[in-house]
Design a protein around this ligand. Structure first.
Ligand code: AP5
Ligand code: MG
Length: 218
């Protein structure tokens, strides 16, 4: 199964990907996570990406396209993958199409995660991530067992630097301008499936699994 999770910042792409990884045993490929790792490691890519990410702007297409080109060739992605946060612009989507064609593989589907803006804002301001393993929590909706401490590895939970209110607003504006056109792009290809992702976590996950069973060859 090769799917794209498409949705606004805070829609839940990372959270739902983690469940899909467990169920389908295919990797989550998140350009956001890869870029944050590059920033943390201080690599040349990380140094270039940092300024864009801090402001909630997109990192240039050429950089992320190269990241993905290398990543989808890795062995663990040979049976499928979940793309989280890529593609995010029309040029990225067109490059992905060419990459997959050259590998003689096809996308199974694109899930558009639908969440109202007020809920996105609440999810983003309440999000906390583990400094150690990167696990995601929410102080309102998905609390850790002990405040400020990761259930999985015991490290400290922190707020992502781009989850400040002014940066969140810019990320949502950038999404509308650059990423929302992908909805029509994939709709025209007959690949898009919209999934309502408001409400209790278990209900949302059930809706996502059901949409995937219908649209993708698992
Ligand atoms: P990226 O890391 O991709 O961020 P994003 O798209 O803004 O999305 P988020 O990670 O903020 O949200 P999410 O949908 O994963 O939500 P989550 O699961 O955490 O990108 C960051 C930056 O990197 C970009 O701004 C850009 O600079 C750069 N970048 C990345 N990819 C790029 C690309 N392709 N091109 C150019 N630049 C790129 O959930 C949010 C919260 O909600 C969590 O707290 C969670 O616990 C909670 N939650 C989720 N679902 C539920 C539920 N059902 N009920 C209650 N709470 C829930
Ligand atoms: Mg994410």
């Amino acid at each position: 199964m090769r799917i794209i999770l498409l949705g606004e910042p805070g829609a839940g792409k990372g959270t739902y990907s983690a469940e899909l990884v467990k169920k389908y045993k295919i990797p989550q490929i998140s350009t956001g996570d890869m870029l944050r790792a590059a920033v943390k490691a201080g690599t040349p890519l990380g140094k270039q990406a940092q300024e864009f990410m801090k402001k909630g702007e997109l990192v240039p297409d050429s950089l992320v396209i190269e990241l993905i080109r290398e990543r989808i060739k890795e062995g663990d992605a040979s049976k499928g993958f979940i793309l989280d946060g890529f593609p995010r612009t029309l040029p990225q989507a067109q490059s992905l199409e060419k990459m997959l064609q050259s590998m003689n593989i096809r996308l199974s589907g694109v899930l558009k995660i639908e969440v109202a803006k007020a809920i996105l804002l609440k999810r983003l301001t309440g999000r906390r991530v583990c400094k150690g393993c990167g696990a995601t929590y929410n102080i309102d909706t998905m609390k850790p067992q002990k405040d400020g401490v990761c259930d999985k590895c015991g490290k400290e939970l922190i707020q992502r630097p781009d989850d400040k209110p002014e940066t969140i607003e810019n990320r949502l504006t950038v999404y509308q301008k650059d990423t929302a056109p992908l909805i029509e792009f994939y709709e025209n290809k007959g690949l898009l499936k919209r999934v309502q992702c408001e409400g209790e976590y278990d209900e949302v996950m059930a809706r996502i699994f059901s949409a995937l069973e219908k649209t993708a060859k698992v």
